[in-house]
Design a protein around this ligand. Structure first.
Ligand SMILES: NC(=O)c1ccc[n+]([C@@H]2O[C@H](COP(=O)([O-])OP(=O)(O)OC[C@H]3O[C@@H](n4cnc5c(N)ncnc54)[C@H](OP(=O)(O)O)[C@@H]3O)[C@@H](O)[C@H]2O)c1
Length: 182
C-alpha cells in the first residue's frame, strides 16, 4: 500500500484524498508504463478487505475505473455487498485457511491490496512473503495504520528501494521470520 510518512493508509473515516501529493525529487525515477504493465501482469489474484472494496467501488462510481483488471478479486466480508463484476468473489471466515487451503494451489502471486486491518491480519497469520510499502511525502497525523493490530515483532529483509520524481519512496521487504517474544 501507499502510506503517509507517519504510517497511515487512510484517514480515520477512510478518505484517501491525501494520496495526490505534489513534490519533486530531483534525481528520482519516473514510473515506466511498460514496467507497471509487466508488474501488474505478474499478479495472479487480489485479496482485499470489504472497506477497501467499498473505496474501490466509490472510485469506480466517480468514473476513475477499476484498478484490478480482469484478475480474480477476493473480497473478505461478512456482509452482503454489491457485486459489480464476475471477477469479484466474496469470502467470510478463516483467512489462513482460505489463502493456504484454497488460493495457494491455484495462484502463484497473491496480492493483498489492503487495507490496514487485512494487512495486519495477513502478517499476524504469517501469510505474507513480501511487503511493498510506498511512502508518500506527507504527514496526516492520524488514520488507519498500514498494519492494524499487529501484536508481535516481524523481522524483515530490505530487498529493494526506489525513489521517484514525485517524492514517493517504494520499499520492498521480504518477511524473514515471525519472532517469538521473549
Ligand atoms: N493507501 C493505500 O494504498 C490503500 C490501499 C488499500 C486500502 N486503503 C484504504 O484503507 C481503508 C480500509 O482499511 P480498513 O483497515 O478500514 O479495512 P479493510 O482491511 O479494507 O477491510 C476490513 C474489513 O474486511 C472484512 N474482513 C476482514 N477479514 C475478514 C474475514 N476473514 N472474513 C470476513 N470478513 C473479513 C471485515 O468487514 P465486514 O465483515 O464488516 O465486511 C473487516 O472490517 C480504506 O479507506 C481504503 O481506501 C488504502
Amino acid at each position: 500500500m501507499a502510506a503517509s510518512l507517519d504510517g497511515f493508509v487512510a484517514r480515520k473515516d477512510g478518505r484517501v484524498d491525501w494520496l495526490e501529493t505534489s513534490d519533486e525529487f530531483v534525481g528520482g525515477d519516473t514510473l515506466d508504463p511498460e514496467f507497471v504493465e509487466a508488474f501488474l501482469k505478474a499478479i495472479d489474484c487480489y485479496v482485499m478487505g470489504s472497506r477497501t472494496y467499498e473505496t474501490a467501488l466509490g472510485f469506480e462510481a466517480q468514473g476513475l475505473g477499476w484498478s484490478y483488471g480482469d484478475k480474480p478479486t477476493f473480497v473478505l466480508t461478512s456482509r452482503e455487498l454489491p457485486r459489480t463484476r464476475d471477477t469479484v468473489e466474496f469470502y467470510s471466515g478463516d483467512l489462513a485457511e482460505f489463502v493456504n487451503g484454497r488460493l495457494r494451489s491455484t495462484f502463484r502471486t497473491i496480492w493483498f491490496v489492503g487495507g490496514g486491518s487485512v494487512s495486519g491480519e495477513c502478517l499476524r497469520l504469517g501469510l505474507a512473503d513480501e511487503v511493498c510499502y510506498s511512502i508518500l511525502p506527507i504527514l496526516i497525523g492520524d488514520g488507519i495504520r498500514f498494519f492494524e493490530k499487529l501484536d508481535k515483532d516481524i523481522a524483515l529483509h530490505l530487498a529493494e528501494v526506489k525513489a521517484y520524481k514525485n517524492g514517493m519512496v517504494e520499499l520492498r521487504y521480504e518477511v524473514r521470520s515471525h519472532r517469538v517474544p521473549v
